[in-house]
Ligand binder design. Structure first.
Ligand SMILES: O=P(O)(O)OC[C@H]1O[C@H](OP(=O)(O)OP(=O)(O)O)[C@H](O)[C@@H]1O
Ligand code: HPA
Length: 197
């Protein structure tokens, strides 16, 4: 596996440090939005509903939620746009059998979690589906955002890292469903994927 890596873009240490900051920012925003108890002024912290997008978000969400001391429900959605060896989007579609969204989300504070914002198709689709369920608030949190106009145009409240417009793997991100277990975020040697282009 290591021989297929071109270079490390983001180290495990950098991810850990940034996740601490990101979790604090998410937590502080929830506290800032919370109503206060009329008796003693302490914030009444609402439950949150996390919507991790399978499969790429699994490592990120596992590390993030252990930094968020909040009462939360986790409702996964499965969306596919880069099947197999694809390195450009084939259009986002929901895999209903692996999706656990409730019928309605009235009153819920929803946070969508995904590993990468690239063409923006996945986030756009997921937002549209969740918005129809009428949540109280809807925010999104991405580990990575590529520096390309389509990604920058899609509103997203929390971004851990902005990266160059290159195909990346590791820390949940795959090529042909491999490399998700790499602890760092890396680029792939072109010879690994150029035969599939
Ligand atoms: O902004 P976009 O161009 O839509 O790309 C982002 C999406 O693409 C990847 O999912 P993929 O379809 O590869 O499924 P996976 O999570 O199972 O790897 C990634 O995990 C994001 O969900
Ligand atoms: O750069 C990427 N790597 C892995 N999966 C992805 N899905 C969208 N962009 C990427």
């Amino acid at each position: 596996m290591k021989q297929d890596i071109e270079r490390v873009l983001i180290t495990r240490q950098e991810i850990d440090q940034r996740l601490d900051e990101l979790a604090k920012q998410i937590y502080d925003d929830i506290i800032a939005d919370s109503p206060s108890c009329p008796d003693n002024g302490t914030p009444i912290i609402p439950d949150i509903t996390l919507v991790p997008i399978l499969t790429g978000s699994i490592i990120f969400v596992a590390d993030l939620i252990r930094r968020l001391p909040l009462k939360m429900q986790i409702r996964v959605m499965s969306v596919t746009s880069y099947p197999g060896t694809a390195t450009s989007t084939k259009g986002a579609s929901v895999e209903a059998a692996l999706t656990r969204l409730p019928e309605r989300l009235d009153g819920h504070h929803v946070l969508i979690i995904d590993d990468i914002l690239d063409s923006g198709n996945t986030l756009k689709l997921v937002k549209e589906i969740i918005a129809k369920k009428n949540p109280a608030t809807l925010r999104s949190c991405m580990l990575l955002r590529k520096q390309r106009p389509e990604a920058l145009a899609e509103a997203c409240e929390y971004i851990a890292f902005d990266i160059p417009d290159e195909f990346v793997i590791g820390y949940g991100l795959d090529y042909d469903d491999y490399y998700r277990n790499l602890p760092e975020i890396c680029t792939l040697k072109p010879e690994v994927y150029e035969n599939d282009l």
